[in-house]
Ligand binder design. Sequence first.
Ligand code: IMP
Ligand code: MG
Length: 188
Amino acid sequence: MRYITSMKNKIDHKVTELISSEEINKIVINLATVISRDFANQEVMLVGVLDGAFAFTTDLSRALHKMGMQNMIIDFVGIDTYGSSTTSSKEPRITKDLKHDIRDKVVLIVEDIVDTGYSLFVLQSLLNARLPRKLATIALLSKDTRREIDVPVEYIGKHIPNEFVVGYGLDYEGKYYRELPFIGVVTK
Ligand code: IMP
Ligand code: MG
């Protein structure tokens, strides 16, 4: 277990490692193995959900490429769920729309973590209204016990307990810890 202590200008936190970067790599490879098999010979569009899924989308897209999925389009959508708190909002806002048209496309949403499910629900409704040929969701992490709305998540990297996690794209208060190469739990 590894700890990092607070840095200047940050609140006094401790981050305890929950998922090492080696384990993250394995999770990404395992997901890419299954997804590249399920979508073999199909042109897919990866839709990374900003900001939290930037790291996961990057690594997953490269793993998929290595496994033979070599004609994908990568696009991003911005969704703001938390504001600056650590509890979910029931009214997530779209802050950045896709660049590409998804009509008749095979679209894979790439999300960092599914918590209550509200942001994914909003995003899936928005994208389904644009009539993709297929819409599926990949989430690196899922806090199953926190789910308040039933949303389909076809691929889940790892199920985690109800704790607030940071690192590998995930932030604290919209600001800190996204750059950590591992995923950890924040303790005050
Ligand atoms: P939901 O709408 O409650 O499912 O929230 C999902 C979004 O909230 C995710 O896409 C994350 O951006 C963020 N989120 C949920 N849980 C955590 C966490 O433990 N750490 C950091 N961000 C989180
Ligand atoms: Mg997110």
